[in-house]
Design a protein around this ligand. Structure first.
Ligand code: NAD
Length: 304
């Protein structure tokens, strides 16, 4: 199958590209290396160095004519979105429209869109369900929510098949400390440098940490199953930053020091996503226990 992956030089995108190539697909990567890296682009993929915020992304997708487009390219840094909402919207909203137009021009059957649990803001109750109201507390979450709506409306108006996946905090090898959900990567890089782990606030904030290999499997399933739904890709487990530190202490031979600073604006306090819809609609469940995922990530960091 011919596939296009926007953001295929990034953390999650590069894992997805590898899995697609391993099963024999022809894979096209669209990326401008804003945060992705040239060395993350699999040599078996065809690289299109384009900015999705510009028309060239549409033209490239039209020419590729992929059956399935996985749209992962994004400005995925919450703090950057607060500093520069315009840039964030250019990439995440305008960029998504360009990708959707490219899908139409290229007669793409289906788009799978990478969205985020961040769209809910600070919810009154957990675990979150897909029907719960979205109340973004950052421009990043707002632009992702807006992009979701464009994906759905292109489906309604133009018949483009789509699935919106809202990820929890994805972690794993190749993640950099900059993007969304980067706390695991940040901690790993501090451990490697022998520096204290810096915790914003009291460390009791929770996240739903999902391993990148499981996220790839959810994406593969979403290309074939599901029609028009919005689906969580998560573990449905709440893990506090303090628990994460405790797990890292078990993995790391040396001392693990922790320093505390103030909580950051735009950061969500608690997050946990129900994942029953993914099981029902995609036949997907997370398979990697936190300890195993952290161990694989730790091994990667200690060897780079
Ligand atoms: P990443 O920053 O590693 O990957 C994003 C990729 O998009 C990079 O390769 C970057 O160079 C590319 N990109 C950015 N702007 C671009 C532009 N204007 N034109 C072309 N390419 C551009 O981030 P990631 O963690 O792999 O995230 C992938 C997707 O998953 C994003 O859409 C993100 O919002 C979403 N997501 C990630 C998480 C997480 O925990 N990592 C959680 C929820 C959702």
């Amino acid at each position: 199958m011919r596939i296009a992956v926007t953001g295929g030089a990034g953390f999650i995108g590069s894992h997805l590209v590898k899995a697609l190539l391993e099963r024999g697909d022809e894979v096209h990567v669209l990326d401008n290396f804003a945060t992705g890296r040239p060395e993350y682009v699999h040599p078996g993929a065809v690289l299109h160095e384009v900015d999705i915020a510009g028309e060239e992304a549409r033209t490239a997708l039209a020419a590729i004519g992929a059956e399935v487009v996985y749209h992962l390219a994004a400005q995925a840094d919450v703090q950057q979105s607060i500093r520069n909402p315009r840039l964030d919207a250019d990439v995440n909203v305008r960029g998504t429209i360009n990708v959707l137009d490219g899908c139409r021009d290229g007669q793409t059957r289906k788009i799978v869109f990478a969205s985020t649990s961040g769209v809910y803001g600070n919810p009154p109750k957990l675990p979150l369900r897909e029907q719960d109201p979205a109340e973004p507390v950052s421009f990043y979450a707002l632009s992702k929510l807006t992009a979701e709506s464009y994906v759905r409306l292109y489906g309604t108006l133009f018949g483009l098949e789509h699935t919106v996946l809202r990820y929890g905090n994805v972690y794993g090898p190749l993640q950099t400390a900059k993007g969304e959900g980067g706390v695991v990567a940040l901690f790993m890089s501090r451990l490697r440098q022998g520096q204290p782990l810096h915790v914003h606030g009291d460390g009791e904030q929770t996240r739903d940490f999902v391993f990148v290999r499981d996220v790839v499997e959810a994406n593969l399933a979403a290309a074939e199953k599901g029609a028009g739904e919005t689906i969580h890709v998560s573990t449905a487990r709440r893990v506090s930053v303090n628990e994460l530190v405790a797990e890292l202490r078990k993995l790391h031979a040396g001392e693990v020091a922790v320093s505390h600073g103030p909580a950051r604006p735009g950061d969500i306090v608690h997050s946990c996503l129900d994942n029953a819809a993914a099981a029902r609609l995609l036949g997907w469940k997370p398979r990697t226990a936190l300890r195993d995922g952290l161990e694989a990530t730790y091994r990667y960091w200690m060897n780079v």
